[in-house]
Design a protein around this ligand. Structure first.
Ligand code: G3P
Ligand code: CA
Length: 268
């Protein structure tokens, strides 16, 4: 089967993360899947954003000032309130900006609704991460209403067969599997817990490990358990080549252009 090339947060290396310009860029490059993160606002709108709170490294208020920690939780704001923030540029001088020197700012960009993305992306796949944690129950909806809000959006747009719902918090995945079995799920694991056995035991079929924790041993184990393997977030050319050589089913990158180059060079 062909490699599933996933543009991480759209194409974070090239355009402001989790925004419509980043998704446009990734689609133009030819990704098969857009990776993105979601939260739910106080008034129930599913929005595309990585952090449970506004991020001081990328959000500016209506006065043009960068937000400061502690920043408001996405779930504490209405969608209208959230629209007052500009997320089109990384804060100059921040470590975050230094990590992504090629990201082209698009000032004035707002946090999109999931429905806005569905409206502009007609054939690409979606890998949608529920940003929720048992450690921060007050910052998001609870797992069931969170997963249900997302399922409802996916069904309303009719993109069930083009969608995977992914999470580190397996509770939301169990809700999806129970209530929307037509939508695929992917189980994320961290660098410190790269165990495909746990994913399999939890009922998973797709394992998405931190790529730095992926090796021939745990990959072989995952294969023996019948899991698909889609590591995140592989950005450096040497790492991209190594991960492709391992024989993964997909690869999640902030730089889909680099993955395409590696595929071309490798004659893949
Ligand atoms: O797809 C998984 C990956 O996106 C998880 O990391 O923090 O970038 O959401 P994060
Ligand atoms: Ca993510």
């Amino acid at each position: 089967m062909a490699l599933d090339l996933q543009g991480h947060r759209g194409a974070r290396g090239l355009a402001p993360e989790n925004t419509l310009p980043a998704f446009e860029r990734a689609i133009a490059l030819g990704v098969t899947t857009l990776e993105l993160d979601v939260g739910v606002t106080r008034d129930g709108v599913v929005v595309i954003h990585h952090d449970r709170t506004l991020n001081p490294d990328l959000a500016r208020g209506p006065d043009g000032q960068w937000v400061r920690a502690p920043a408001p939780a996405i779930h504490s704001l209405s969608f209208a309130e959230l629209q007052r923030y500009d997320v089109g540029r990384l804060r100059p001088g921040s470590e975050y900006a230094a990590r992504f020197p090629h990201q082209q700012a698009v000032d004035g960009t707002r946090i999109p609704r999931l429905t806005d993305l569905f409206a502009m992306a007609e054939s690409v796949r979606f890998n949608i991460e529920t940003k929720i944690s048992p450690d921060a129950p007050h910052e998001t909806l609870a797992p069931e209403p969170f997963a249900r809000a997302l399922i409802a959006e996916v069904r309303k747009a009719g993109v069930e067969t083009r969608t995977t719902i992914q999470s580190f918090d397996f509770r939301t995945l169990k809700v999806v599997e129970r209530e929307a079995p037509e939508i695929a799920t992917a189980y994320l694991t961290s660098r410190r817990h790269p165990y495909p056995e746990k994913v399999h035991a939890a009922g998973g079929r797709i394992w998405s490990p931190d790529f730095t924790s992926l090796n021939t041993e745990n990959l072989a184990k995952a294969r023996s358990l019948g899991l698909k393997i889609i590591p995140w977030t592989v950005n450096e050319p040497g790492d991209i080549a190594r991960v492709l050589d391992l024989g993964v089913d997909g690869i999640i990158s902030d730089y889909p252009d680099r993955v395409l180059l590696a595929l071309k060079r490798g004659g893949r």
